[in-house]
Design a protein around this ligand. Structure first.
Ligand SMILES: *Cc1c(COP(=O)(O)O)cnc(C)c1O
Length: 376
């Protein structure tokens, strides 16, 4: 085939659009020279808080560090158990283990890929049987769709747990009209370049409405600093977002809302074309996805064949994720919720993510759809 190839994501189209503004923004940082905690950082935090409609947005060094800081702020420690989905990126359970606590993998729903709220009880039983104290739920908004936060919140309140949102993939999505960032006690997101809102390096942010939590997060971001520079009141990390990345994000934020609109358009075109096949993803009533990925589920026996057929036509696809977490060597000692995680175990063999970004042309998307329908 001599057709041009279609990448999974395309960061260049966006850059072309805002390149002059980006260059001016970077020059301003070079001119003032405040590379750490410069004025762009505070400006970005104010704009992020306004975008989400919460009191506090705290920028930080990555999505991974955002999760670490969120759980440090909750005081997660040895003897604690944290419920999280069994099908997600490794950063989700990684920080639970790092803090000496125990992840309890809970199954995900086959249609939304997110933690199955009907399986949370099984997570509590498993933790308690092993003598651990369940303290919270680390939910993940996989592929861009918010987890079911109203159900999670009700469960958490009844059981005395906190809810932290791993919203690394869902910044820009909504649930019942409320933006991601306002749906959990603390929300952690990532500005890794390929995420819906990405910078040109590593970056992340935390969102909360609680003043005490926000103070704690800001202190943790600065090595546990108290009211003066050499006052260390708790353990912390170096978790700052650098000024260059804040400057880049400020420019990207100006077009972010329209990019999210375009992502919704691309996703609707896919879902309309695929509606008869039953392979398309499902979004809960009252929710929107930020469509970090457009992920379909195929019969396990045909998935790789279909993937190859698309590759032959120059169409990139990806498998997120090729293994359930309990199958990874690093997580062999973690707990599994009672009832098991059959869906988390089957998705690595059935899921396939299609090209998805705000600048995917209708013509290119038609090529993906035609190739997929032919292969099906
Ligand atoms: C990307 C991602 C992270 C980590 O974000 P980084 O900025 O790369 O550290 C955490 N959780 C999920 C679900 C992610 O997709």
């Amino acid at each position: 085939m001599d057709q041009s190839s279609i990448p999974l994501i395309d960061l260049k189209a966006q850059q072309v659009l805002i390149r002059p503004a980006l260059e001016r923004a970077i020059s301003r940082v070079l001119d003032h020279g405040q590379y750490i905690m410069g004025p762009e950082v505070a400006e970005l935090e104010a704009k992020l808080a306004k975008f989400v409609g919460v009191k506090h947005a705290i920028s930080c060094s990555s999505g991974t560090d955002a999760l670490l800081m969120a759980m440090m702020a909750k005081g997660v420690r040895s003897g604690d158990a944290v419920l999280c989905p069994g099908f997600t990126y490794t950063a989700t359970p990684e920080l639970i283990v790092m803090l000496g606590a125990m992840p309890v993998f809970v199954d995900v729903a086959a249609d939304t890929f997110n933690i199955d709220v009907t399986r949370l009880d099984g997570g509590l039983w498993s933790a308690r049987r092993h003598g651990l104290r369940p303290v919270g739920i680390l939910a993940v908004d996989l592929f861009g769709q918010p987890a079911d936060y109203s159900a999670l919140g009700a469960f958490a309140e009844r059981e005395g747990l906190w809810v932290i949102a791993d919203a690394a993939q869902s910044f820009g999505a909504r649930q019942y009209g409320r933006p991601v960032g306002s749906l959990a006690d603390i929300t952690a997101t990532s500005f890794f370049p390929a995420k819906p809102l990405g910078c040109y390096g590593d970056g992340g942010a935390l969102f909360t409405d609680d003043d005490t939590t926000a103070d704690r997060l800001r202190s943790i971001r600065l090595h546990g600093r108290g009211s003066t520079k050499y006052d260390v009141v708790r353990l912390g990390i170096n978790g700052r977002l650098d000024t260059m990345q804040a400057a880049v994000l400020l420019e990207k934020l100006t077009i972010f809302a329209s990019e999210i609109e375009e992502r919704l358009n691309v996703a609707s075109r896919y879902s309309e074309a695929l509606c008869e096949t039953g392979v398309h993803p499902y979004v809960l009533d009252g929710a929107t996805s930020a469509w970090a990925q457009y992920t379909i589920t195929l019969p396990a026996t045909r998935r790789d064949h279909i993937r190859n057929a698309l590759a032959e036509q120059g169409i990139s696809t990806e498998i997120y994720y090729p293994r359930a977490l309990d199958e990874q060597p690093a997580y062999q000692n973690c707990l599994i919720a009672d009832g098991g995680i059959p869906t988390a175990r089957s998705l690595p063999r059935t899921s396939l993510s299609l090209p998805m970004h705000p600048y995917l042309s209708i013509a290119d998307q038609k090529r993906v759809i035609d190739a997929l329908l032919a292969a099906l």
